[in-house]
Design a protein around this ligand. Structure first.
Ligand SMILES: [Zn+2]
Ligand SMILES: [Zn+2]
Length: 331
């Protein structure tokens, strides 16, 4: 299901998928998540994107062909492919082993055709081996929404027993609450409206704060402040209070892309050594860790499933913001 131009419609096309080139594998796609970042491809927001392009960076499938120079992977293995679509091994971050910051990083579904298709050809260094306990539809959303929240939390410096607040209970947030709770943090879910409270508790939150009736910074300070606040919100305005809810040396980590500059109170940052940070997704190995941890702890997203041919409908549903909570294409 490809897009021929920025803002163009999805088109069902038939094409040949060649043998993988050096360092590449070919995946037979079983399921692919529909992520908000697919709009970068569909609407042509990513600078320099070339068309036609097939979106999709939450790919769960089976290796169908492996280049002769690729060690480790074999035809028939179940694998995943996420946002990180391979790294160069030669730029300064790669030479330091920090592959997620590769200056020549490829992005699945942007720099090469992604998972809204029967097959994907991708660099082998982007691939994750699948946890055998997970089925493809359950695994797909973990390869972007899952890894982004799990990997940012496990690298946040928070330790078991620390207070971790999750802002927003949507596609990313409902996974983040589960990861936080299962990682042993005192988990606070923060969202708009009383109706999200029971769901937050069911996902493992110990405390729920409703921002329509409560002051979230004050409520967090009653708990001693949050050591980490992980924001999945897209409204920069809705983040303005967050630094005031942090504990001393606490960290606000932004993983949802806000719609503008983030405003934060300077004195709590200066005097209390509080920080505001971002986090990208992770490498193939980070995806593999995410899949394994999710299988171990029974963590899943709630999904609405569409057949691949209904990609346009699935994409519109995701963009409407009404999906509960992730949308997945099934082949
Ligand atoms: Zn994504
Ligand atoms: Zn590199």
């Amino acid at each position: 299901m490809q897009v021929s131009a920025a803002g163009g419609a999805f088109e069902l096309v038939q094409k040949q998928f060649p043998e993988p080139g050096p360092g590449q594998v070919r995946i037979r796609v079983q399921a692919c998540g529909v992520c908000h970042s697919d709009s970068l491809t569909k609407e042509g927001i990513w600078p320099g994107i070339q068309y036609p392009r097939v979106p999709g960076h939450e790919v769960a499938g089976v290796l169908d062909a492996v280049a002769a120079d690729v060690p480790l992977f074999k035809v028939g293995q179940r694998v995943g492919l996420g946002w990180h679509g391979g790294h160069c091994n030669y730029c300064p971050p790669c030479r330091r082993g920090d592959f997620i910051l590769c200056e020549n990083q490829l992005v699945s579904g942007i720099n090469f055709d992604g998972g809204y298709a029967d097959y994907v050809i991708a660099p082998a260094n982007a691939i994750a081996l699948m946890a055998p306990e997970l089925d493809d539809v359950d695994a797909a959303p973990l390869l972007c929404a899952g890894i982004t929240t799990f990997n940012s939390l496990r690298n946040s410096g928070a330790r078991p027993g620390d207070t971790v607040a999750i802002l927003g209970i949507g596609g990313l947030g409902h996974l983040a609450v589960q990861y936080a709770a299962k990682s042993g943090y005192r988990t606070v879910a923060i969202a708009r409206g009383q109706d999200k409270g029971p769901l937050a508790k069911q996902l493992g939150a110990h405390v729920y704060i409703d921002t329509t009736t409560q002051d979230p910074a004050k409520e967090l300070q009653k708990l001693g402040g949050a050591n980490v606040i992980l924001s999945t919100l897209t409204s920069a305005k809705a983040l303005e209070w967050a630094v005031d809810g942090l504990a001393l040396a606490g960290k606000l980590i932004v993983v949802g892309a806000p719609d503008g500059p983030i405003t934060a109170s300077p004195f709590p940052m200066l005097l209390g050594r509080r920080t505001v940070a971002g986090w990208p997704s992770g490498t193939g190995m980070d995806s593999e860790d995410t899949l394994k941890f999710s299988a171990l702890q029974g963590i899943k997203s709630m999904n609405e499933v569409y057949p691949l041919e209904k990609a346009a409908e699935a994409y519109d549903r995701m963009m409407s913001g009404k999906a509960r909570f992730r949308v997945v294409l099934k082949n």
